[in-house]
Design a protein. Sequence first.
Length: 81
Amino acid sequence: MHIAFYGQIADIAGHSRHFDVPETVSNLQDLLDCLGRCDAVLAEALGRPGIFLAIDDVIVGPDADLRGARQVVIGSVISGG
């Protein structure tokens, strides 16, 4: 499964904007745990409000099943002021 980042979260991910994670990752919590082992700053940022998740170009909720996904995009929404 390929993980990509979009928006402000991509800036936080920096040079590690693309991750490949094991196919055993089945939900968002598994994914966050996996990414957190790679990058603690990124893991903290993923816990903030305004993060969205898309599986194969479809935006899904945080309880989505990631099994079988080809690509997961994690993005951040810029809030208006």
